[in-house]
Design a protein around this ligand. Structure first.
Ligand code: HEC
Length: 157
């Protein structure tokens, strides 16, 4: 009897795994939007953590780890937007201007890479200076809607 329930549970989870294939396009879009927002929230968490370290004089070495986490996450941003799924707080023109969007992301990554380099050789103050050059806002101003929930305007990004 144990066997029966084991297989029944197995079949049920197989059915669950198959479910996304049958999901409507709109539902898939919602998944894609939630996924890319999750990556953005990872970036936000790293910046909040760095602001905290700077504010309370926390472990300076961790600044580099947070920057490295930002770089890894930043590399996931473009693939996460590849699915043309307008919605969330994205600007609908983002997908018509993919080359421009890509350029902003590459600039962002380059600034993060410079801050990581600085963290290997320079004082904390210089690392903070480089970190300040990383602008989330430059991209948000063009490709993210303002004045809607989920915004990060309050953080000054
Ligand atoms: C190259 C463009 C780009 C860069 C760089 C960028 N973002 Fe975003 N961000 C977006 C877009 C587009 C959205 C809207 C996503 C959506 O709702 O589909 C967004 C949304 C967000 C959101 C809202 C997520 C939600 O739950 O609605 C947060 C938070 C965020 N970004 C944080 C950051 C932080 C912090 C940085 C910098 C460290 C950053 N972003 C850099 C394009 C960018």
């Amino acid at each position: 009897m144990k066997h029966t329930s084991f297989w029944r549970a197995g079949l049920a989870s197989l059915a669950l795994m198959a479910a996304p294939a049958q999901a409507s396009e709109a539902a898939l879009d919602q998944e894609a939007i939630a996924y890319r927002k999750g990556i953005m929230k990872t970036l936000e968490a790293q910046f909040n953590a760095m602001a905290g370290i700077i504010a309370f004089g926390g472990p300076a070495d961790n600044l580099r780890s947070h920057l490295e986490t930002v770089l890894i996450s930043a590399r996931m941003v473009l693939p996460s937007f590849e699915k043309h799924a307008p919605g969330g707080t994205s600007q609908p023109h983002l997908w018509d201007d993919w080359a421009g969007y890509t350029r902003y992301m590459q600039e962002f990554e380059a600034a993060v890479a410079m801050a990581i380099e600085a963290s290997k050789h320079n004082s904390v103050n210089q690392v903070i200076w480089y970190t300040d050059q990383i602008s989330c806002r430059k991209c948000h101003d063009i490709y993210k809607q303002k004045g809607v929930s989920g915004g990060v305007e309050y953080l000054g990004y």
